[in-house]
Each structure stands twice: as structure tokens, then as C-alpha cells.
Design a protein around this ligand. Structure first.
Ligand code: HEM
Length: 196
């Protein structure tokens, strides 16, 4: 029986810390958005965090350090250990299309926990890049005067806010699908918790 570690401890820790930080960031972010919406809707207060604008800002700023520091540790260890190319490369469009087709027909194999299928690779790389965009656009929304170059890269303060919102929406979409997939294949949840 294969009992070797599929996911190292540092990966499991950074994954679950990230999940918690994302939850706090999104729920408090919705409350902050409600104080000055950029679209013609607001989020129900009952699914937001912080109670009021100032409370939500405190949650958002507290979790932001956790999210960013945890993300730096995840990326540094992933690249330093050579795990990133091993797990996520190569990533070809034709493999993604093949695995998407298999997934739609309910025939996507999950029997080898050592390798992510191409759809997983794409989704995880997307989630990591999306989080980078979220942090950078968040820096502009937070301190736009102190980060003029970054602000101009995002097309100015107002458009950085729109980018921040859209990146949040993409992350929420990813997380909903991701949690549903993990529930469908509970073995992967066990691996992400116990490692083997
Ligand atoms: C309660 C919520 C979550 C659950 C139950 C969950 C579950 C899992 C599981 C089971 C895996 C391993 C998949 C496999 O081995 O096939 C995984 C990997 C991953 N999850 Fe989550 N996840 C959650 C939240 C999140 C969030 C919010 C993010 C945000 C970006 C995220 C990003 C990732 C990434 C990037 C990987 C791949 C990590 C790597 O191998 O480097 N997860 N997740």
C-alpha cells in the first residue's frame, strides 16, 4: 500500500491558512463594498463580516497580512523545492480540452493523487495568479498615492477597484467549483488534510 506523502506539511498548512484568509477577506470585502457599491447591487448584510464599515476594514486589513505572507511562503517553497514545475507543468491547451471533455462525460480519472489532471492544473494556476492580481489591485485601492506605478498599470484608482471586484468574483467562482469537486472526490480532501 502506498502511504508516502502526497502533499507535504507546508503545502497543507499554507492551503488551509489561505482558505481561511480568503473567507475572511471575501466576507469583510463584501461589507466594505456595501458602504460604497460600484455596481447596482449590494451584498446581503447577513453574509458579510465586520458588522459595519470600520469593523469590516479591520478584518480585511488583518487577514490581508495573513493572505500575503502565506502566499509568499507557498510560492517560495513551491519554486525552491521544484514542486511547481513537477505538479503544474507541462500545461497544454489540448490536454485541458481533452480532460474537460472527459469531465463533462463523468469520465475524468482521479485515481493518481500524484498528478493533477490538466483542468486542475489550469484551475490552480489560475487561482494563484488571480490571488496575485487581487493583492496588487488591493494595494492600489488601499494606498493609491504610495503606489503610483501600480495604479497606472491598473488604469487608475477607479479601474483598480473594478479589477479588484472582478478578481474577487473569479476567486469566489473558482472556490465554489473547487469545493464541489473536493466534495465529489473526498479522497483528495483526506490527502489535503493528512497528506497521505
Ligand atoms: C473549504 C474550502 C476548500 C476546500 C475544501 C479545498 C480543498 C482542496 C483539496 C482537497 C485540494 C487537493 C486537490 C487534489 O489533490 O486533487 C486542494 C488544492 C488546492 N486548493 Fe483548495 N480547498 C478549499 C479552498 C481553497 C481556496 C479558497 C483556494 C484559493 C485560491 C484554494 C486553492 C487551492 C489550490 C491552488 C490547490 C492546489 C495546491 C497545490 O497543489 O499547490 N483552495 N484544495
Amino acid at each position: 500500500m502506498k502511504t508516502a506523502k502526497v502533499h507535504p506539511l507546508w503545502l497543507r498548512l499554507t492551503h488551509w491558512i489561505n482558505a481561511l484568509a480568503v473567507l475572511v477577506m471575501v466576507a469583510s470585502g463584501w461589507r466594505i463594498y456595501n458602504a460604497s457599491p460600484i455596481f447596482a447591487f449590494h451584498f446581503p448584510d447577513s453574509i458579510t463580516l465586520g458588522g459595519w464599515l470600520a469593523g469590516a476594514l479591520l478584518w480585511h486589513f488583518a487577514a490581508m497580512w495573513v493572505l500575503a505572507a502565506n502566499g509568499v511562503v507557498y510560492l517560495a517553497l513551491n519554486f525552491a523545492s521544484g514542486r511547481f514545475p513537477r505538479r503544474f507543468l507541462p500545461l497544454h491547451a489540448r490536454d485541458v480540452l481533452r480532460d474537460l471533455g472527459a469531465a463533462v462525460r463523468g469520465r475524468l480519472a482521479h485515481d493518481d493523487p500524484w498528478h493533477y489532471n490538466a483542468v486542475q492544473k489550469l484551475a490552480y494556476v489560475f487561482a494563484v495568479l488571480d490571488l496575485v492580481v487581487l493583492v496588487l489591485s488591493g494595494l492600489v485601492v488601499w494606498k493609491s498615492v504610495q503606489f503610483p506605478l501600480l495604479r497606472e498599470l491598473f488604469g487608475g484608482y477607479d479601474s483598480a477597484r473594478v479589477v479588484h471586484f472582478l478578481a474577487m468574483a473569479a476567486l469566489v467562482g473558482f472556490t465554489a467549483l473547487h469545493v464541489a469537486m473536493a466534495a465529489l472526490v473526498p479522497k483528495t480532501l483526506l490527502l489535503m488534510t493528512r497528506g497521505r
